[in-house]
Design a protein around this ligand. Structure first.
Ligand SMILES: Nc1ncnc2c1ncn2[C@@H]1O[C@H](COP(=O)(O)OP(=O)(O)OP(=O)(O)O)[C@@H](O)[C@H]1O
Ligand SMILES: CC(=O)N[C@H]1[C@@H]2OC[C@@H](O2)[C@@H](O)[C@@H]1O[C@H](C)C(=O)O
Length: 392
């Protein structure tokens, strides 16, 4: 545990991320004081800046495995960095300028590490575009980026990284909690009540698809006129097909023991095509298909908790865009029975901007020399400093 002396003064930091939904750049301007147990973050401004439509399409194509040249890769890296730098400039309008940026960038590829014989691991590989050096150059603000590689370099998954920040922002003295992110991919942080040794008992992993398949299905069912099902209204008018959910739950990812991480490589276009093929004999309506895909997200989360957690949490707090999907939230509450399902807003942390806030905190920790990974979530053998620093 680190002393808070180094950070007695508040730090104004910008956190930036575009996640696996590729819907746009979430930017948070925050004021941070304290370090870990005394960490305090005030959200001054939070906003999502949508990507230009052509850039979003190019990113999604690359995520789906389309080949591009090195020249195109460099251009895409810079186009993303430019969009991130603009988001950083815009979020500060009307505020005192920030002195640090933590930028996650855009994940375009993620390959978890693999066992390679006794005590050996083939390192994972992860690629986030939107290079930090360009953001620092364009904004004149010191920028920390490329957070995942240091954890990967010691054999970890490099993901999920937010659980360590969740631990200090959302733990409770007497209550065990799950913080469930519903992004393109879902992930959780299980945080026991803050008694002795609570930190070492925190768990975290990716639960599987959350909005990624739903969004792709909506695009497909509307011939591209819609990108998501607002509030889950369309899905709510359908009925889940349980034999399909049962079949899809046999996917080996759901049965892998944590630590584990995944991405659009596993739960993207190819997987959705398979889902539509599997659904053919059932002649589902579009609404039934969306309800069934929603149920896969719900069932995979609940299966994950019941199988891999030491005990069920006392409360679940949702965050990420999927926490605004009322149908998904309602189905999750039904499946979790007596465990209350809330959003992190109700625990004082913005459900929409928690990931952006987390990368502001991770950059701040990097500057203070505080590790950012949680080995029990990433599978790394020990804590490491995360992020590369580019002076502004
Ligand atoms: N009102 C809403 N109703 C239903 N779904 C919503 C709503 N608002 C946002 N979403 C969903 O949330 C998604 C965006 O969520 P979020 O920004 O948390 O994802 P992300 O950060 O890209 O994902 P990840 O956490 O995997 O990196 C949208 O693509 C959409 O599917
Ligand atoms: C490689 C990558 O970008 N992973 C993301 C993704 O989106 C959700 C889940 O999969 C999580 O593991 C991670 O993001 C969050 C911010 C994390 O690291 O905690």
């Amino acid at each position: 545990m680190y002393s808070s002396q180094a950070s007695a003064l508040p730090h104004r930091v910008i956190g930036l991320i575009s996640g696996t939904s590729v819907d746009g750049i979430d930017a948070a301007l925050v004021e941070i004081t304290g370090t870990e147990l005394d960490l305090k973050v005030e959200l001054l401004a939070g906003k999502t800046y949508p990507y230009p439509a052509d850039l979003r399409e190019r990113i999604l194509a690359v995520c789906a495995g389309e080949a591009i040249s090195m020249l195109e890769l460099a251009d895409m890296d810079d186009a993303i960095a430019l969009a991130f730098a603009q988001a950083a400039q815009n979020i500060q309008i009307g505020y005192q300028p920030a002195n640090l940026i933590g930028s996650h960038g855009q994940t375009v590829y993620h390959r978890p590490p693999k066992e390679a014989g006794v005590g050996k691991t083939t390192l994972g590989y992860t690629l986030q575009l939107g290079r930090g050096e360009m953001i620092a150059y364009l904004t004149g603000i010191t920028t920390v980026s490329n957070f995942r590689v240091a954890d990967i370099a010691v054999g970890g998954h490099g993901a999920p990284l937010v659980p360590r920040v969740d631990a200090f922002l959302l733990s409770h003295p007497h209550e065990s909690r799950c913080i469930q992110n519903l992004g393109g991919i879902g992930n959780l942080a299980y945080i026991p009540a803050r008694t002795d040794d609570w930190l070492s008992q925190i768990r975290g992993w990716d639960t599987g698809p959350s909005n990624s398949l739903l969004d792709l299905a909506v695009e497909r069912l509307t011939s591209g006129t819609k990108t998501y099902d607002e509030d889950g209204q369309w899905a709510a008018s359908g009925t889940p097909c349980y034999p399909l959910v049962k079949k899809w739950l046999t996917h080996e990812y759901f049965h892998l023991s944590p630590p584990k991480s995944t991405g659009r490589e596993l739960f993207g276009v190819a997987y959705l095509n398979q889902c539509f093929q599997d659904a053919e004999p059932y002649q589902l309506s579009p609404a039934d298909m969306l309800a069934t895909l929603t149920e896969l997200t719900v069932a995979s989360i609940v299966h994950s908790y019941r199988t891999f957690l030491p005990q069920m949490p006392q409360r679940v707090f949702l965050c990420g865009g999927g926490s605004r999907n009322l149908y998904l939230k309602q189905r999750l509450q039904l499946a979790l029975e007596t465990v209350p399902v809330l959003t992190t807003d109700e625990a004082g942390v913005s459900a929409d901007f928690k990931e952006a806030i987390a990368f502001a905190v991770l950059a701040y920790w990097r500057q203070l020399g505080i590790p950012g990974n949680l080995p029990t979530a990433t599978g790394a053998p020990h804590e490491v400093l995360l992020g590369e620093v580019h002076q502004g």
